[in-house]
Design a protein around this ligand. Structure first.
Ligand SMILES: Cc1cc2nc3c(=O)[nH]c(=O)nc-3n(C[C@H](O)[C@H](O)[C@H](O)COP(=O)(O)OP(=O)(O)OC[C@H]3O[C@@H](n4cnc5c(N)ncnc54)[C@H](O)[C@@H]3O)c2cc1C
Length: 381
């Protein structure tokens, strides 16, 4: 009778979108994918119910295509991004044709993306264990020991992809509470602009409408007290408040689906590696959702780590290389989202008007707009 293996080359902790993508990137070149294990605390059906809609950058599409997990049939292209500031003149348009790409990015539900990854993972030969919760990770001779609620595992390398949301217990070096919550839902309106995403800065935080196959996914960031009211108030009251905040650009808001709330802040780990353990995705940094950067950044973590493991003569050197190569992208993206999250919050009118003028200037000046678009599509690379 064959026993269940407990020793692996690599164990990935967390089968969210970053952990699964990392596993599939590794499997492309690993001589024996059964020597890679991935564990997740939740059953797959629970993860599939996550209410988030994710804006995936063009760079993320390229990565997901490489591992044959691009969910083509369920994504919605974003061809134009419209950026505005409530109550002030000025707006910026970023269009896909200015950059010679079929789309600036795409939207997909968290569940649909996981389903595409899961299908590939099940065919990859990788050892999948769920629900299995990792409870501790300790250095051992020439590797790591991972304690789980189903017994210990050992590996040459542990990849932490346990993700997380702001507000959960964290030992991150930088922890910044933005005193905002995101109300997440799907809304219907009567003049949808197909394939246009809206990012609107308001006095309490950014409000995004992302095109999805039926309507718009809403990410409305505001003060926690207001979020509490918006989450529980009657539908008509919610739609009126949204109309007031967003204006008439997509016509009249007619319906809203179930509403969910996420606390918002930033957690960043300064150190990505410790011995034979390494962090990727939200386990390395949790960002504000403005401009939809978190998952895209996490996928770039996974790609850089796998490239470093393939190209370096030892795991130690690979982890050093990974840390070095991720510094700029993580730094720029976390600073930029931190700035955008609070851009017009609590600013006096004069600053806000200047910022409105800045949006117009940005619209007219390709030399300023191009780096912004580049960051949103590909990050720093
Ligand atoms: C409201 C909102 C909107 C967002 N919109 C966007 C967007 O448009 N674009 C974008 O790029 N990003 C967006 N993000 C960020 C994005 O959701 C995250 O960056 C992304 O989900 C991170 O993926 P991950 O795999 O690292 O972590 P997660 O998605 O958190 O997955 C982690 C996995 O690890 C498992 N796990 C946790 N602990 C353990 C343990 N001890 N043992 C085993 N398994 C464990 C969990 O069950 C889970 O399955 C948004 C975030 C929020 C809150």
């Amino acid at each position: 009778m064959s026993s269940v293996p407990t020793d692996f080359d690599i164990v990935i902790l967390g089968a969210g979108p970053v952990g699964q993508s990392c596993a599939l990137l590794l499997a492309l070149h690993w001589s024996d994918p059964a020597r890679i294990a991935i564990v997740d605390a939740k059953p797959a059906a629970d993860s599939a119910r996550d209410p988030r809609t994710l804006a995936l950058s063009y760079g993320s599409r390229q990565l997901l295509e490489r591992i044959h997990a691009w969910p083509q049939d369920v994504v919605t292209p974003i061809e134009t991004i419209h950026i505005s500031h409530r109550g002030h003149f000025g707006r910026t348009l970023i269009r896909h044709d200015e950059y010679g790409l079929p789309a600036l990015g795409y939207t997909a539900s968290y569940g649909a993306l996981l389903a595409a990854l899961q299908t590939r993972l099940e065919a990859s030969g990788i050892d999948i264990r769920r629900p299995v919760k990792a409870t501790a990770c300790t250095e051992a001779d020439d590797g790591v020991r991972i304690d789980t609620d189903h017994g210990p595992l050992t590996a040459q390398l542990a990849i932490h992809a346990e993700g997380g949301l702001f507000g959960q217990p964290s030992d991150a070096d930088v922890q910044r509470d933005f005193a905002q919550q995101a109300i997440v839902s799907v809304v219907q309106c009567d003049r949808a602009q197909t394939h246009t995403a809206f990012e609107r800065f308001t006095a309490q935080g950014p409000l995004a409408l992302l095109p999805v196959q039926q309507g718009y996914a809403l990410v409305w960031c505001c003060a926690p007290e207001r979020a509490h009211t918006l989450r529980s108030c009657p539908e008509a009251e919610f739609l009126a408040a949204l109309q007031n905040e967003f204006g008439q650009r997509v016509g009249r808001f007619a319906a809203v689906a179930a509403r969910h709330a996420f606390p918002l802040g930033m957690n960043v780990h300064a150190t990505l590696t410790q011995g034979r353990s390494v962090r990727i995705g939200n386990a390395a940094q949790t960002l504000h959702p403005v401009a939809g950067q978190g998952l895209n950044l996490g996928l770039r973590d996974a790609l850089t780590l796998v490239n470093a493991l393939e190209q370096s003569p030892s795991p130690e050197q690979a982890l050093q290389e990974y840390t070095k190569q991720r510094q700029l992208d993580r730094g720029v993206t976390s600073q930029a989202t931190g700035l955008l999250a609070r851009l017009f919050v609590g600013n006096p009118w004069a600053t806000a008007a200047l910022a409105g003028a800045g949006l117009t200037l940005l619209d007219l000046a390709p030399t300023l707009k191009k780096p912004l678009a580049q960051q949103m599509m590909f990050g720093q690379r």
